[in-house]
Each structure stands twice: as structure tokens, then as C-alpha cells.
Design a protein around this ligand. Structure first.
Ligand SMILES: NC(=O)c1ccc[n+]([C@@H]2O[C@H](COP(=O)([O-])OP(=O)(O)OC[C@H]3O[C@@H](n4cnc5c(N)ncnc54)[C@H](OP(=O)(O)O)[C@@H]3O)[C@@H](O)[C@H]2O)c1
Length: 273
């Protein structure tokens, strides 16, 4: 199992000195910093002495991270907010512009996944609003608002997407995948436009990660997966290299086959899922 995990989920840990060389004194904004992948990302960046602006709903966790950052000699702010709240999001954008002199890295990582079949969704239009507001709209709002701050230093936006968006659509995932795919398209378009100004917009097509989000599913709990720390390392690896996206090696290999054999995949979905 351990060997299988290492083959399917090769790690991308940069050395402490590389991280410090790149991130010390840089302004980094992270959404979804209170737990899971975002929390690990914040921890690594505190060790690298970055300045942080941390965003999520859980105030106690964000405050604790900021205190830790302060002790490590970093400047850190937090804003506890439900990113689906449009008025609060407008206020957050203003606070960000005022409190960060510029933005070197914007990690748009907060996310919500919902698995529910459309036949069970007749009275649940709000599932689609909630996933769009969090997984897509907050990305757009933050990226537009911080555009001048990113352009000032040729900054980077890194979006935590999902590997499952590259495969034929699976039953039950309409709300989650539609919102993630909307964000993917937005990121690719923004990358094409912003590259003129030296701003890169990158997508991490993340495979399974053991966090609160995935571990609610008993099957996922048993499967090999990245740890939250390893997933945070992937985001940093993508932030530091010249690529526009990250996906694991097996996704690059399997995607063309999944496209060619989409009718077979759909048959399996129809009869076995
Ligand atoms: N885990 C996986 O297998 C996996 C795979 C592919 C992609 N991803 C993506 O990875 C990202 C991070 O997920 P994770 O696995 O680390 O999940 P997680 O442990 O559940 O963390 C989600 C983070 O998003 C924040 N968040 C959730 N709803 C929010 C809201 N309405 N407003 C503000 N913040 C909110 C949470 O903080 P609060 O609850 O404090 O608000 C938390 O910090 C997500 O975008 C997810 O789609 C995960």
C-alpha cells in the first residue's frame, strides 16, 4: 500500500531554504486557511517567513495561526467570513486592498463539495448557489479586486481545483464539478489575459486528499491519497515552477483514454454507480 501510494501520489516537497528564498517577506493571501490543505499551506509559509492574510469562517483557528505567525516574525492578518455572503465579500475585498501593500500569491483554496444526484435535488437549488458562490464567485471577486495588487509585483493566483473535472462527468457531482469547472475556465481565460501584465493564473487539478472534506466518505477514507501537507506542497510546487497547471502523472496519461472511451465510462456510470 505504501509503495502504491508513493507511485500514485509522488510528493513535491521543496527544501526549507528554497521556500524561504522565495517566500520570505512576500504577501500571500490564502482562502480556506482554517483547516485541511489551506491550514498546512499557512503553516509552511509561516516557517518560510511570508506575510499572510488568512481567510475562512472559523475565527479561532485563523487567530491562532496569526499568533503563531507573529511569534515567527511574520506580519499576519485574518478575516473570518463566509465567502458566500456577497456583502461581506465586498467588504473583505476592500480590507484586503487596504491591508496588503501588494499581493505576491493569492491561493484560492476554500471549497465545498456536495455529492447528491439530481433526482434528489428537486428542492435543493441552494446546493448549486452555495457551490457556485464559494467555489467560483469568490475566486472571481478576489481576483478582480486584487488585480492591481497582483500586477504591481507580477503576482500569481493559484486555484485548488479537482482532478475529477478532467474526466467524463460522474453522477451525483453536478453542483461541485460545475462550480469547479466554471472556475477552471475562468482561470484559463484570466491567465491568457493577465499574462500580458506578468500575472500568472494557475490551476492545481488536485487528486484525492485526506481531509475533513473527503474523509466523510468511508470509501475515500480507505483509498491512498495525499495528506493535507502533501497537497499543500503541491500548491507551493505549482506556485514556484513555470507551469500553468498541476495534475498527477497518471491523469495526463489516462485523460486521452478516458476521452476516447467516454461511451464505455458512461455505460459503467449508468449501470454500476
Ligand atoms: N480533499 C480532497 O480530496 C480534495 C480533492 C480535490 C480538490 N480539493 C479542493 O481543495 C480545497 C481545500 O479543501 P480541503 O480538502 O482542505 O477541505 P477542508 O478540510 O474541508 O477545508 C475547506 C476550507 O475551506 C473553508 N471554507 C469552507 N466553506 C467556506 C465558506 N463558506 N466561507 C469561507 N471559507 C470556507 C473551510 O474553513 P471554515 O469551515 O472555517 O470556513 C476550510 O478552511 C477545496 O477547494 C477542495 O474543493 C480537495
Amino acid at each position: 500500500m505504501d509503495l502504491l501510494k508513493r507511485i500514485i501520489y509522488p510528493t513535491h516537497r521543496a527544501s526549507d531554504s528554497t521556500l524561504r528564498n522565495h517566500f520570505e517577506g512576500k504577501w500571500v493571501v490564502i482562502t480556506g486557511a482554517s483547516r485541511g490543505i489551506g491550514w498546512e499551506l499557512a503553516q509552511t509559509l509561516i516557517a518560510a517567513k511570508a506575510n499572510l492574510f488568512l481567510i475562512a469562517r472559523s475565527e479561532a483557528e485563523l487567530k491562532a495561526l496569526c499568533e503563531e505567525a507573529g511569534k515567527a516574525g511574520c506580519t499576519a492578518h485574518y478575516h473570518a467570513i463566509d465567502l458566500r455572503d456577497r456583502e461581506a465579500l465586498t467588504q473583505l475585498c476592500e480590507d484586503l486592498r487596504n491591508q496588503c501593500p501588494y499581493v505576491d500569491y493569492l491561493f484560492v483554496n476554500a471549497g465545498k463539495s456536495i455529492h447528491r444526484r439530481l433526482t434528489d435535488s428537486l428542492d435543493r437549488l441552494h446546493d448549486f448557489d452555495r457551490t457556485m458562490d464559494l467555489n467560483y464567485r469568490s475566486l472571481v471577486a478576489l481576483s478582480l479586486s486584487l488585480q492591481p495588487h497582483l500586477r504591481a509585483v507580477k503576482g500569481k493566483i493559484i486555484y485548488t481545483s479537482s482532478i475529477s473535472t478532467i474526466y467524463p462527468s460522474a453522477p451525483g457531482w453536478a453542483a461541485y464539478h460545475a462550480s469547479k469547472e466554471a472556475a477552471n475556465v475562468w482561470c484559463r481565460t484570466a491567465d491568457a489575459e493577465y499574462s500580458t501584465y506578468g500575472v500568472a493564473v494557475k490551476i492545481a487539478y488536485m487528486p484525492l486528499v485526506h481531509t475533513d472534506m473527503s474523509d466523510v466518505n468511508a470509501t475515500y477514507r480507505q483509498m491512498p491519497a495525499f495528506s493535507a501537507k502533501e497537497a499543500a506542497d503541491v500548491l507551493l510546487y505549482l506556485a514556484l515552477n513555470g507551469r500553468h497547471s498541476y495534475m498527477p502523472w497518471w491523469a495526463r496519461v489516462s485523460k486521452p483514454f478516458a476521452d476516447v472511451f467516454a461511451p464505455v465510462v458512461r455505460f459503467v456510470y449508468r449501470h454500476f454507480l
